[in-house]
Write a protein that binds this ligand. Structure first.
Ligand SMILES: Nc1ncnc2c1ncn2[C@@H]1O[C@H](COP(=O)(O)OP(=O)(O)OP(=O)(O)O)[C@@H](O)[C@H]1O
Ligand SMILES: [Mg+2]
Length: 325
């Protein structure tokens, strides 16, 4: 059994739609996901496809409609608030903007010490200072940073502090949502290299949400492609990059030379992404699918995620046809 097993996860939001009407926006639909120790899984897909919602839902930071999130055999969705607080320590999240994840009134020493104190109880002042110094050192910051406040640090330094804070809890799972996209281009690579090194050294299971396919290709052993709230293809990164089966993944891969860190629009595809409030019937990708002579099934039923190779899954009614082309 995987360290983290997400099954049938669904998340929706009630949104205003028209005059006083509220409608259901299906942001995450029946997502299955597995993550093991030492594995780095990249989650990619166009803006608005539900990556952040999925990441936050796995952390139980967003209420879910249904599904299970099983960490090491324990279903987090079934835990009481108290037990969840302790168990959730094993999963930490790094957000896009380190400014919003650090309290501006707290010194860096306190920010990094806080999770240690919460989860390990009373530590002597000396021990605490030593542990904070050790964590800052791990993320490449001098111990003098401990006395500073977030406003005195650069974006890259703040994100390093956020990483140190996450590591303080000795997590098993790290979820990083676009961890470098709010940073200066000059420091993006440094922070990503740091994260990738720590993931390997600490043998962490990492879910990396990114717009940047190239980055995911370098850092992640596995990749999942999301479209309109569903995972449409999943598998080893090399396999997905070299032999993508789903037409959407193919379009994303074709767009690679044109994308930068902030954009992942597959320009080859026609039409707009349908609204998650009013999903088309059948395969939600069918209205944009470039395949010719699509069978009725494409417009009748959502295709299940099925085996397309070793560790490779794809949700496409035309998967066999596509594979052999
Ligand atoms: N709190 C919310 N209330 C209502 N709708 C929301 C909320 N959060 C997200 N959504 C909607 O859910 C869908 C998925 O959004 P999400 O932020 O998860 O996408 P994303 O893939 O992370 O996009 P991006 O790449 O731009 O960060 C979008 O249609 C978005 O408008
Ligand atoms: Mg997002």
């Amino acid at each position: 059994m995987s360290l983290l097993a997400v099954r049938n996860l669904a998340v929706s939001f009630q949104v205003a739609h028209g005059w006083g009407r509220r409608q259901n926006l299906l942001a995450v639909r029946n997502v299955d996901l597995d993550l093991n120790r030492g594995q780095a899984l990249g989650l990619v897909g166009e803006s608005g496809c539900g990556k952040s919602t999925l990441a936050r839902a796995i952390m139980l930071l967003t209420p879910i409609d249904s599904g299970s999130i099983v960490l090491d055999g324990t279903d987090l969705t079934k835990l009481s608030a108290g037990t969840l607080r302790t168990t959730r320590r094993r999963m930490q999240m790094i957000f896009q903007d380190p400014r919003s994840s650090l309290n501006p009134t707290m010194s860096i020493a306190r920010a990094v010490a806080e999770p240690l104190v919460i989860h390990e109880g009373r530590l002597s002042k000396q021990d605490l200072a030593k542990r904070v110094g050790g964590l800052l050192d791990q993320v490449g910051l001098p111990s003098s940073v401990a006395r500073a406040y977030p406003v005195e640090l650069s974006g890259g330094q703040r994100q390093r502090v956020a990483i140190a804070r996450a590591l303080a809890c000795k997590p098993d799972v790290l979820i990083a949502d676009e961890p470098t996209s709010a940073l200066d281009v000059s420091v993006q690579a440094q922070v990503m290299n740091l994260l990738a090194r720590l993931q390997r050294e600490h043998h962490l299971a990492m879910l990396l949400v990114s717009h940047n396919l190239e980055l995911v290709r370098i850092v992640c052993s596995d990749m999942a492609v999301m479209y309109l709230g569903r995972i449409v293809e999943r598998g080893p990164t090399g396999e997905l990059c070299n032999n993508p089966v789903h037409p959407y993944t193919k379009a994303l891969m074709d767009a690679v030379p044109k994308i930068d860190a902030a954009d992942i629009s597959p320009s080859r595809l026609e039409g707009d992404v349908p609204s998650p409030i009013d999903l088309p019937s059948g395969c939600s990708f069918a209205p944009r699918c470039p395949k010719k002579n699509k069978p009725k099934a494409c417009f009748a039923a959502e295709p299940p995620l099925e085996k397309a190779g070793r560790g490779h899954l794809v949700a496409c009614h035309l998967a066999d046809v596509t594979k052999n082309q």
